[in-house]
Design a protein around this ligand. Structure first.
Ligand SMILES: Cc1ncc(COP(=O)(O)O)c(C=O)c1O
Length: 400
């Protein structure tokens, strides 16, 4: 009898965490490594949010809370959805979890039966297909090419829907491409979804605030209010509020779904950290002015990285609308040989050789479902980004 669960056979470890670990290992061994693998802002959590946590500790708010979140945080989330997205939710339609990741996981665990299909536009965040697999479902990746800005086309969505489709997962702005759907692009998709009432919409809006060049963020239930009864709108404080380590994510959705998710949470992790919840209340209700200030820096970095990568031989880097990732194609380097005599056959070879030769850690596109490409996170010091891009230029220039 095997000791480990067979469910593990269906799941791969995270490729992005693997790259970050490898870069850390090389650094510890004394190599000069620039890690562009990890998806978290280099900015510190704003001081008012930290203070709210300190006050919570001092006030003894250190006990178990309601499993699905303290009422004060639910109210702050309800106000946020109303103010920023025009969505109206009641407290029993809101759940708070230990990061957006747990919220997404709970939703899939609460709804997937064997054979249920989940449509996932590719390139996708690495965890979606693995979570679907853990829940016993089938992911249906739909490739969205750079030609279409890495965005799902309505006809491709229509073609992917079957009687077994339970969810479509949308993620705009996207990890890993940074692509974000305009209102018109999203409307074209919701028009398709309106015709298929058995399909539910899981929208991962984690990068909502990280958009540039006057891009206007919208979310499916806002554009097509009739979808509200079958949409789970997922968000969190990790990215825009520089709170990745605090582990607070949340969602709004129909109360029977939220209740089922809370049941799963109640028998696994219970309430998210009480202190982090109080910090999240301050994040959502407090001043928001650091967000545009951070975005100004992110936009400058995006423009720098896109310009420098497009000067590298064999690299083609689109300019995305948001998040803090770019997703350049390295198709022009495949088939070439490094000075050490290694022929690049895949994007995995590209990232391995780049790390070996130049000490730059990026993640291969094949991990996100579309290659040959790689993902760069530009949530890193600008001087490091500049140096990393110079090294990528040199690496590509040395290929024959
Ligand atoms: C698209 C996307 N969704 C969800 C998450 C999870 O966020 P959290 O750190 O709040 O669990 C991430 C984090 O990398 C992400 O990129």
């Amino acid at each position: 009898m095997p000791f480990l669960a067979t469910a593990l056979d269906r799941v791969k470890p995270s490729a992005t965490i693997a790259v970050t670990d490898k870069a850390r290992e090389l650094k510890a061994a004394g190599r000069n490594v620039i890690g562009l693998g990890s998806g978290e802002p280099d900015f510190d959590t704003p001081a008012n949010i930290k203070l709210a946590a300190i006050h919570a500790v001092e006030a003894g708010k250190t006990k178990y809370t309601a499993v699905d979140g303290i009422p004060e945080l639910k109210e702050a989330i309800i106000a946020k959805f109303q103010r920023e997205n025009g969505l109206t939710y009641k407290p029993n339609q809101i759940i708070v979890g230990t990061g957006g990741k747990q919220v997404l996981y709970n939703a899939l665990m609460a709804t997937i039966n064997p054979g249920d299909e989940v449509i996932i536009p590719a390139p996708y965040w690495v965890s979606y297909p693995e979570m679907v697999a853990l829940a016993g479902g089938e992911s249906v990746p739909v490739v969205c090419t750079a030609e279409h800005g890495f965005k799902l086309q309505p006809a491709a969505l229509e073609a992917a829907i079957t009687p077994k489709t339970k969810w479509i997962i949308l993620n705009s702005p996207s990890n890993p491409t940074g692509a974000a759907y305009s209102r018109a692009e999203l409307k074209a998709l919701t028009d398709v979804l309106v015709k298929h009432p058995h399909v539910w919409v899981m929208t991962d809006d984690m990068y909502e605030h990280l958009v540039y060049d006057d891009f206007k963020f919208t979310t499916p239930a806002q554009i097509e209010p009739s979808l509200i009864d079958r949409t789970l709108t997922v968000n969190g404080v990790s990215k825009a509020y520089c709170m990745t380590g605090w582990r607070i994510g949340y969602a709004g959705g129909p109360s029977p779904l939220i209740k089922a998710m809370a049941t799963i949470q109640s028998q696994s992790t219970s309430n998210p950290c009480s202190i982090a919840q109080w910090a999240a209340v301050e994040a959502l209700n407090g001043p928001q002015d650091f967000i545009p200030a951070n975005n100004k820096v992110f936009k400058e970095r995006r423009d720098l990285v896109v310009a420098m990568l497009n000067q590298a031989t064999g690299i083609d880097c689109p300019r995305p609308e948001g998040a803090f990732y770019v997703y350049p194609s390295c198709a022009g380097t495949i088939g070439k040989t490094t000075p050490g005599g290694k022929k690049l056959e895949t994007d995995q070879d590209f990232v391995t050789e780049l790390l070996e030769a130049e000490g730059v850690a990026v993640v291969q596109g094949s991990a996100f479902g579309l290659g040959p490409a790689f993902r760069i996170s530009y949530a890193t010091k600008t001087s490091d980004l500049e140096e990393a891009c110079k090294r990528i230029q040199r690496f590509c220039g040395n290929l024959r």
